[in-house]
Design a protein around this ligand. Structure first.
Ligand SMILES: [Mg+2]
Length: 235
């Protein structure tokens, strides 16, 4: 069995349940502006957000534009005018407090950290400040040797530049001893594969791969990492 040293964890839907955080945060933002929350608002928000993240990936908008316009556009759709930057700041504050762990994430991170056999890292696409706050609020921030967020690295998964940035900053980095663990086939698995490291796809919902590339491990819950990493469950 291969012995890994550097473990790179994605955050959203790998360690922290983004859906539940978002589901908690959106009604609170609406409430702040006196806008009645509905499922329709959530759906429109998701559509706008997805479109903007796609546009960011191909360089059509900047991160600043994304963050300052998504709420302006959302509420305009429903006939309200708000300051988009302010609404976004509120949303991100609420995201921090409303989150939950993906099943077993807390236990698995503590166990891996206590085993002292691995260096744990975070590799996530998102806003730097928000991701740090969320990990702190979840009480797991201190288990990671370093935290790499796309806003700070200047590129995002699956881009090779993101992985280059990360690899340059991992002490005694060795690609053969590195494993990325994530739920997104397109970002984590494709990115890891092209960066030349082993991949572990957390595929809790039994999705089909989006492209035909090899996956080193596929798991449907995080406790299966104990087998992959050949360690005992201790907490
Ligand atoms: Mg994810």
């Amino acid at each position: 069995m291969k012995q890994y040293k550097h473990l790179l964890f994605d955050v959203d839907d790998t360690l922290l349940d983004f859906d539940s955080a978002e589901l908690g945060a959106l009604p609170l933002v609406c409430n702040d502006y006196g806008i009645p929350y509905s499922e329709e608002i959530r759906q429109v928000y998701r559509d706008i957000n997805e479109e903007l993240w796609g546009a960011l990936e191909i360089g059509r908008v900047t991160r600043h534009e994304l963050l300052t316009t998504r709420f302006t556009r959302l509420f305009e759709t429903f006939g309200y005018t708000v300051n988009g930057a302010e609404a976004d700041a509120r949303y991100r504050d609420y995201l921090v407090v409303g989150q939950q762990f993906v099943p077993h994430a807390d236990e698995v991170i503590r166990t891996l950290s206590q085993s002292q056999k691995f260096d744990l890292y975070i590799v996530t696409n998102g806003a730097t400040d928000t991701q740090h706050k969320r990990l702190r609020h979840a009480g797991i921030h201190g288990h990671f040797n370093d935290i790499f967020v796309s806003e700070q690295t200047g590129s995002q998964k699956p881009m090779p530049a993101f992985f280059d940035y990360v690899f340059e900053r991992i002490p005694q980095f060795n690609a053969n001893e590195t494993l990325i663990i994530g739920d997104s086939f397109g970002a984590d698995i494709v990115g890891g594969h092209h960066a030349g490291i082993d991949t572990c796809w957390l595929n809790a919902k039994g999705k089909e791969p989006t492209v035909n590339i090899p996956v080193t491990y596929e798991i449907d819950n995080l406790r299966e990492l104990y087998t992959v990493l050949n360690i005992k469950q201790t907490v």
